[in-house]
Design a protein around this ligand. Structure first.
Ligand SMILES: [Zn+2]
Length: 484
């Protein structure tokens, strides 16, 4: 089956046909670098990471662009988010942006998220944004007022086509002062006049100012992917006004379709004090930073948790859901560990109770799930099902030949490792396994010495602590054996 994508634009699942065969241009709205990444970012960018990995695995050459917003993203109060934070920390705005950009990559790297090919920064693309705003004025889609430039939403009949919002629904909540200089309450800023105290400011044909938030994505997507490209992604909460504004200003400025497929990731939820799932967000203050979560859970476990729901669905973070993800990941990882361990001593040949066709089936199930709008939870359950059978095979009396074990390992390495990013490649796993085995052997030796010295408190403590970590010891005539 060819790859199907649910296109939010038009709200239907359809076969994915890129503009150029074999090539995918993809833009994903990136972070506003004003704080540490939280788990909600973890969900969004892990989802796109797996989407890009699967496209590449399917043979596409992907150009993945994800911006860094370091200017222009205003709070509802009209205050610039970065300036506000910089003031709180008594640092220069660009110093703050640099700090959080570096920390952002550190967090994304620890999550095993492959970096985008291009990470353009808004502040480095001011001329492109000014040019686009000027084009929109020249074409009659935008107007200047008191040194600011606004997009006239009444000039574009299909404004609202992504979110299906009608203009009159958006009247409420616009601040009086701004409404005065705008022709319509819904008109959005392409360029803002800088007040004297505003530090981030650039020259423009309309005086000193700074770009509106939405225009950066339009200008940078065009610069790196062209006026029309294949996939635009982001978090579902940015569908309006951000994504909607990107579309309308790009299509009016470029006289061309903007992104052909829109893919939006569902929110990460946390239960509120009444247990009702609420979106995790910076503004609600209910967030868990990725680095805090990573002190409790392995990155692979957080990824497994994210992938346990379809990318477009919300998922609720709780101790329970994380325990579930942890258990699921451990079962998978233990099986891989077992297979790799057996490989070293396995006899040559393809014995294994006819397991090879079962592997082909698992690969087909996995691919069918991923080709069905990147349905990672179904792909994951195909691997979990296989894992049960792998365990049965390895625990049976059957001889399992090296060929079968190699193929099982290759399947896990490719699908769970290269695509889902939840299993380490064999070499890394071997290095870890060797270290782990060495440590356990050392502890067994210490325990046996303690027993010889009749220090049973110490020997019991070692045995109990190892059991707590999932390592059980068995004393036999040939010495102490251990099992993870
Ligand atoms: Zn954007």
């Amino acid at each position: 089956m060819a790859l199907q994508i649910y296109n939010v634009l038009g709200r239907q699942k359809a076969e994915f046909t890129p503009m150029e065969p074999g090539y995918v241009g993809m833009y994903v709205c990136g972070p506003t670098v004003q704080d540490y990444a939280h788990l909600g970012h973890g969900k969004t960018y892990t989802s796109f990471d797996v989407i890009v990995r699967w496209l590449r695995k399917s043979g596409y050459q992907v150009l993945y662009v994800q911006n860094i917003t370091d200017v222009g993203h205003l709070l509802d109060s009209g205050e610039d988010r970065i300036l506000k934070k910089a003031r709180q920390l008594q640092s220069k705005p660009m110093q703050l942006v640099e700090f959080y950009t570096r920390e952002w990559y550190r967090d994304m790297d620890s999550m095993g998220i492959i970096r985008p090919d291009i990470s353009p920064r808004a502040s480095a693309h001011i001329p492109e944004q000014i040019k686009m705003a000027q084009t929109l004025i020249d074409k009659g889609f935008a107007y200047e007022a008191n040194g600011s430039v606004y997009f006239d939403v009444t000039s574009a009949p299909d404004y609202g086509k992504l979110s299906n919002r009608r203009i009159e629904m958006q009247e409420a909540g616009t601040r009086e002062a701004v409404r005065d200089e705008k022709r319509h309450a819904e008109d959005f800023a392409l360029w803002k006049r800088a007040e004297p105290e505003h530090i981030l400011r650039w020259d423009s044909p309309w005086g000193e100012g700074f770009p509106g938030w939405h225009i950066e994505c339009s200008a940078m997507a065009k610069k790196y992917l062209g006026p029309t490209f294949d996939i635009h992604g982001g978090g579902v909460d940015n569908i309006f006004p951000h994504n909607e504004s990107e579309i309308v200003q790009s299509e009016c400025a470029n006289d061309a379709e903007f992104a052909r497929y829109w893919m939006l990731v569902g929110s990460l939820m946390v239960p509120d004090q009444d247990g009702i799932p609420t979106k995790m967000s910076k503004s609600l203050g209910n967030f868990v930073t990725l680095r805090d979560a990573l002190t409790k859970y392995r990155p692979e476990v957080i990824r497994t948790f994210v992938l346990s729901a379809h990318y477009s669905s919300p998922v609720t973070y709780s101790e329970d859901s994380m325990r579930g993800a942890q258990g699921g990941w451990e079962r998978l990882n233990n099986a891989v560990w077992l297979v790799r361990g057996r490989l070293a001593t396995a006899p040559a040949g393809s014995d294994g109770n006819g397991f090879l066709p079962r592997l082909a089936q698992a690969r087909a199930d996995f691919a069918a799930a991923m080709d069905d709008d990147f349905n990672a939870p179904v792909a994951l359950s195909a691997l979990q099902e296989l894992t049960r059978e792998v365990n049965t095979l390895l625990n049976s009396d059957a001889t399992v030949g090296r060929e079968v074990l190699t193929d099982i390992d290759a399947l896990y390495t490719e699908l769970a490792g290269e695509v889902l990013g939840i299993i380490a490649p064999p070499q890394a796993a071997n290095a870890n396994a060797e270290r782990e085995a060495g440590l356990i052997k050392l502890l067994i030796e210490m325990r046996n010495n303690a027993r010889k010295a009749k220090d049973f408190a110490a020997s019991d403590r070692i045995r109990d602590e190892l059991a707590r970590l999932g390592v059980t010891l068995e004393d036999t005539r040939d010495g102490t054996l251990w099992k993870v």
